[in-house]
Design a protein around this ligand. Structure first.
Ligand SMILES: *Cc1c(COP(=O)(O)O)cnc(C)c1O
Length: 451
């Protein structure tokens, strides 16, 4: 007998430990199925997926082409280890990625999650300096950014910077140089790029001999609140890392796969990092699939006689999984078949129109956009930018309102995220933004007046 909706709700609260969730006050939203950009819950309620199921869905849910590719693969084999063994689907994917990514980023190390791809990148960079042509074993530390997010494993929280999440784990983390978040608004739009590059250069000047790599989310710092970097900053980071002989790790887990309007965020500034990490959208958001893709320079440093022990001693059981690879290949095919990127400018422009209107609201402090990533920041005081108390959970309340009105979104504190699948339609963008506008109005007016 199938469990009832009520049973599922009770079991969910009792047996499932949800990510980033206070289980004592968790209210389940249980999805039964999905169709395109809509999720359908166990009560049959349809919800527009306004954040691409945590920023990973690309072409919509249950896309027939991706479903068929997975089913086809399932008829052959579901899993093959990549420890000393391979499968034709992962091989084809690695070749495709080498063609798609810029420069000679030709060597894919497959993992399952974004965080594990970043862990690989961190280790690849570290060991590289031990065995490259002119070894520099003193290069053992990293440059990261305040509020940057690279995952939740110990290595990735070390290079990341979200203190609110990680304060308790400080004793487990390794030290890194953490720079001010390269926010386009700081100190002001005109000087932001120069200013943040100068901060980076000062750190590199002083410490380059001990720095293995700079770890950066290109163009947009996602979990930090969709903070957009100044134009030219990424290019500048690449130039400075080259000047000071430091590797550059680009974390494109959130911004890769068309999210910013181009296939990769690095493409906007013609940057070729030393290691590029993909996750989330790589399998179209269908299956756990990620990759750390390295240049031939890095790859070569790992080649040698067996006895030299130069190989990377790292692996994940499901790295290069054929089902995930099949979903990824189908996802990449769809970019061509459906001309996904060519259709984005109209959608980006529509989001931009809505943001312009939202910006006028008396409790909207800032709106930000980079391609198909947008954010609306709710503030108590528009003039000073003062926030509401985080415990008031205004962002969460707007999302609750949205849920009552057919839209599922998830905030970052008081920052509302607009990040639908790339396949979203213009009317769906209108629906999403209208509900957010109404939600802000509802929450700040009914609540705001009484405080
Ligand atoms: C989501 C995310 C990660 C972590 O990916 P997981 O699959 O959740 O481990 C890493 N970096 C960025 C930029 C992300 O947005």
């Amino acid at each position: 007998m199938n469990p009832t909706a009520q049973q599922l709700t009770e079991w969910d609260k009792r047996y499932v430990w949800h990510a980033f969730t206070q289980m004592a006050c968790y209210e389940p939203l249980i999805i039964e199925s999905a169709e395109g950009c809509e999720l359908i819950d166990i009560e049959g309620r349809r919800l527009l997926d306004g954040v691409s199921s945590m920023w990973c869905n690309v072409h919509g849910h249950c896309h027939p082409a991706i479903d068929a590719a997975i089913k086809d693969q399932l008829g052959k084999v579901a899993h093959v280890t990549n420890l000393g063994c391979s499968n034709s689907t992962a091989i084809r994917l690695a070749k495709r990625l080498s063609e798609l990514t810029p420069g000679d980023l030709d060597h894919s190390f497959f993992c399952s999650d974004g965080a594990s791809a970043l862990e690989v990148a961190i280790k690849l960079a570290f060991q590289y300096w031990h065995q490259c042509e002119k070894p520099q074993p003193k290069k053992t530390t990293y440059i990261g950014f305040e509020d940057a997010y690279h995952g939740d494993t110990i290595g990735t929280i070390s290079v990341g910077g979200v203190d609110q999440f990680n304060a308790v784990f400080k004793p487990l983390m390794f030290p890194v140089h953490r720079l001010l978040i390269p926010d386009r608004r700081v100190p002001d739009e005109a000087s932001a790029c120069t200013y943040h590059l100068q901060v980076l250069e000062e750190t590199l000047q002083q410490h380059h001999e001990t720095i293995a790599a700079v770890v950066i989310e290109p163009l947009v710092l996602g979990a930090a609140g969709m903070i957009v970097q100044p134009h030219g900053y990424l290019r500048g980071v690449r130039e400075l890392t080259q000047k000071y002989n430091v590797l550059m790790i680009a974390d494109e887990v959130a911004v890769g796969l068309g999210r910013t309007g181009k296939m990769f965020a690095c493409d906007h500034e013609e940057v070729v990092p030393d290691i590029l990490c993909l996750g989330k959208g790589l399998s179209g958001g269908y299956l756990p699939m990620s990759a750390a893709i390295a240049t031939t320079e890095i790859w070569n440093a790992y080649l040698g006689e067996y006895g030299e022990a130069k190989q990377l001693c790292h692996g994940h059981t499901f790295g290069g999984n054929p089902l995930g690879s099949a979903a990824a290949l189908a996802t990449l095919d769809l970019f061509e078949e459906e001309q996904t990127l060519a259709q984005l400018p109209a959608k980006m422009a529509r989001i931009s129109e809505h943001l312009t209107r939202l910006k006028e609201h008396s409790h909207v402090g800032d709106v930000r956009q980079c391609g198909m990533i947008a954010a609306v920041e709710i503030v108590r005081d528009k003039a000073t930018g003062e926030h509401f108390a985080w415990t008031d959970r205004h962002g969460h309340q707007v999302c609750q309102f949205a849920l009552q009105h057919g839209v599922w979104i998830r905030p970052l504190g008081d920052v509302l995220v607009i990040m639908p699948p790339l396949s979203v339609s213009l009317p769906q963008i209108d629906q999403l933004c209208a509900v957010i506008a109404a939600g802000i109005e509802h929450v700040t007016h009914t609540k705001g007046h009484s405080r």
